[in-house]
Structure formats: structure tokens, C-alpha cells
Design a binder for this molecule. Structure first.
Ligand SMILES: [Mn+2]
Length: 322
């Protein structure tokens, strides 16, 4: 199976549209927004069954490089993502975790995150990198500057050739062993397709730092971000500037929780259904319905299972109740 391009299945689209139309007609009679969302999720959501054990492998000796980028608003949630990753990588591999942060992430918070890594996996490490000021003049609408932190990685990690990046609103159900030795060739970035036409989601990426530096793509990002205002600043920018230079990853690396409804299901290759359903690597709580805001929605329980492993659990639980 070649992932250079995921074709779009029109017959699936037709079936999903009809189904969607019928569910939406029924929803028209439901006055409460909360129940409308539940009904839509029940009938239209693509369901996964994470948690199946992976094949046993010998432990990888070299740690895998992985980055996050966040400010205070996402620090604790990123802790949950890190907890899920380390819990699911036990005796398989370790990570060098790099966090691009600003001074809103206090020394106490950094200590808590470092303590979390130390308790869950002795062999993994965490390093905090201060965000640079390069994107300060970039256009970003109402988005926080934090969305640009992932794009700073080529500048902040000059010694690395490749880096995996993940958002903070995710849960890992598997380790990232398969991506550790990814050969990106001349592709600038690897990601999961979100829309027909090859548009990727920027919540999970592999960045070819060496190639990006060689072609001065970082400078292109800076220049473009100051000149053009996008609806999704970092994501649209990546898609525009890396067009035709994207390596497509299987959907299991970035399962968008509320996304595989209606036409997006047309993006799942029939042969990929089993793998996606049972071997999901990463689950992305993308969009507005975050599990730390509400426990009403699909797969929130999985997020809270890992939240329990962090020192932020009581805090987040208290916030949820109020
Ligand atoms: Mn996200």
C-alpha cells in the first residue's frame, strides 16, 4: 500500500450523505444541543477499539525524538498525552521529549512534567526549549501564538535531522516505533490527510528538519505567515508551503475523534478499516469538544484514564466539576 495519495471513495460519500441527512432530520426535532450531539455521535461517528496489544518487540536502544509545543493553556493536557505515550511504550522504546514553551509555563509546571516523565519511564527525558520571537509579527487572527511553536522546531533543534511533533490534545494508544526510522527522502513533512485533495492536519507531523534547513523553508514560513492571514494559521501555512512535498501517513497516526463523520469517511481506504479500528496509534481530541471540558462525548473515558497518571488529575477534575 502506497500512502503517497489517499483516493476518495465517492460511493461511500453517497451512503454517508444519505445517512447524515436522515440523522440530521431526526436531530431537527431534538431541542437540546447536548442530545443532538450525542445522537449525531451515536449514528455517524466512526468507532475505534483501541487497546489491543501490539506484537512484542525487543526494546529499541536509541530514544525516539518527539516534540510538543504549548503555553499555559495546554501544559497539563500535554502532560496527559505524555503519560499515555510512556505508558504504552513500556519495555519497547524511550523518548527524548522536547517541549517548545514560553514563560507562561512556570518552573513549577516544568518540574511537574519532568517528574511525570521520570516516574513513568526512567530512560526517557524531557527538555524545555524557549519559543523564539520569529513569529511575533505573524498574522494569526484570534489564535494564540502557540500554534506557531511547532514551526520553530527547525530553528530550535539544529542538531536533529527528523522530529515527530504532536499536539497536546491527544492520547497515544501505541508507541511510535514504526516512525522512528522513517525515511522521508525529499519530503518536507509527513502527516495525516484530513480533507480530499491531500490537505493534512497539523496535529501530528514528522518534520524533515535537515531538508527544511537545506531548502530554507523556515524562512518561507516566516515570510508567508507575515503576509497572509489563514483560517488555520499553522496548518494552512504548512499545506500551502509544502504542497506536493508531503508524505502521507496512515490515518491511525492521527484519528480525529469527531471528524470521521459524513464525507470524511470517504477518506478511509476499505483495506485500512481493520488497522484503523484496532491499531489506532494516536487519538486526537480535535475541535471544540475537549474531554477536560465535558465527559459527555465519545472516548472521554480513555483520556481520563491517562489523566489519572498525572499530578494534574485532582486539579483538572475539580475544574471539570465547576
Ligand atoms: Mn489539536
Amino acid at each position: 500500500m502506497n500512502y503517497t495519495h489517499i483516493p476518495f471513495y465517492r460511493w461511500r460519500l453517497l451512503i454517508e450523505r444519505i445517512k447524515g441527512l436522515m440523522v440530521n432530520i431526526v436531530c431537527g426535532f431534538i431541542p437540546s444541543k447536548k442530545y443532538r450531539i450525542l445522537v449525531r455521535e451515536y449514528f455517524l461517528l466512526y468507532r475505534i477499539c483501541p487497546g489491543h496489544p501490539p506484537l512484542p518487540v525487543k526494546k529499541r536502544l536509541q530514544p525516539i525524538n518527539l516534540a510538543f509545543g504549548f503555553n499555559l493553556g495546554f501544559a497539563r493536557q500535554t502532560g496527559v498525552a505524555i503519560a499515555s505515550l510512556l505508558a504504552n511504550s513500556k519495555n519497547r522504546c524511550a523518548y527524548n521529549i522536547y517541549c517548545v514553551v514560553d514563560n507562561s509555563v512556570t518552573p513549577e509546571l516544568r518540574d511537574s512534567l519532568a517528574g511525570l516523565v521520570k516516574t513513568l519511564d526512567h530512560d526517557s527525558s524531557i527538555t524545555f526549549l524557549e519559543a523564539n520571537r520569529d513569529f511575533d509579527q505573524s498574522l494569526r487572527g484570534s489564535w494564540s501564538l502557540g500554534v506557531y511553536y511547532r514551526l520553530m522546531l527547525p530553528a530550535l533543534l539544529p542538531e536533529l535531522d527528523n522530529i515527530i511533533y504532536a499536539d497536546g490534545d491527544v492520547i497515544f494508544c501505541r508507541d511510535l516505533l514504526e516512525l522512528a526510522d522513517l525515511d522521508m527522502g525529499e519530503h518536507l513533512v509527513a502527516g495525516v490527510q484530513e480533507k480530499p485533495g491531500g490537505y493534512i492536519n497539523s496535529g501530528f507531523l514528522v518534520l524533515n528538519l535537515a531538508q527544511i534547513r537545506q531548502e530554507k523553508t523556515y524562512e518561507v514560513w516566516l515570510e508567508t505567515s507575515r503576509r497572509k492571514q489563514y483560517a488555520y494559521p499553522d496548518q494552512d501555512l504548512l499545506n500551502v508551503t509544502c504542497q506536493d512535498r508531503i508524505l502521507y501517513l496512515p490515518i491511525k497516526y492521527n484519528f480525529l475523534r469527531t471528524y470521521y463523520m459524513i464525507y470524511r469517511r470517504g477518506l478511509i481506504h476499505p483495506y485500512d478499516h481493520h488497522d484503523l479500528k484496532y491499531n489506532t496509534v494516536m487519538l486526537h481530541y480535535f475541535g471544540g469538544l475537549k474531554p477536560w471540558h465535558s465527559t459527555r462525548y465519545y472516548l472521554h473515558d480513555l483520556w481520563w484514564k491517562y489523566a489519572r497518571l498525572t499530578p494534574f488529575y485532582e486539579d483538572m477534575l475539580a475544574k471539570l466539576k465547576t
